[in-house]
Design a protein around this ligand. Structure first.
Ligand code: ZN
Length: 67
């Protein structure tokens, strides 16, 4: 059941770094990893993050969110 807030943000979509699906930014999280030795934010959907996907070089902590 989409909330009113989700409807307003419908245009905000991101592409998941793990599965390549387009997801709303409300259903995505940004995890900091490394690419070519530099810190980079990888946007992944909550589903992939909850299933354990992490970017290369990820050194933070991810707390699973409800989907
Ligand atoms: Zn994904």
């Amino acid at each position: 059941m989409p909330s009113e807030k989700a409807k307003e943000n419908k245009a905000l979509v991101a592409t998941c770094s793990a599965c390549g699906k387009k997801v709303s930014t409300e259903s995505a999280v940004a995890l900091t990893g490394l690419e070519d030795g530099r810190r980079k934010q990888f946007v992944v959907c909550v589903g992939c993050a909850n299933h354990g996907w992490r970017p290369p070089g990820f050194a933070g902590i991810y707390s699973p969110r409800p989907q």
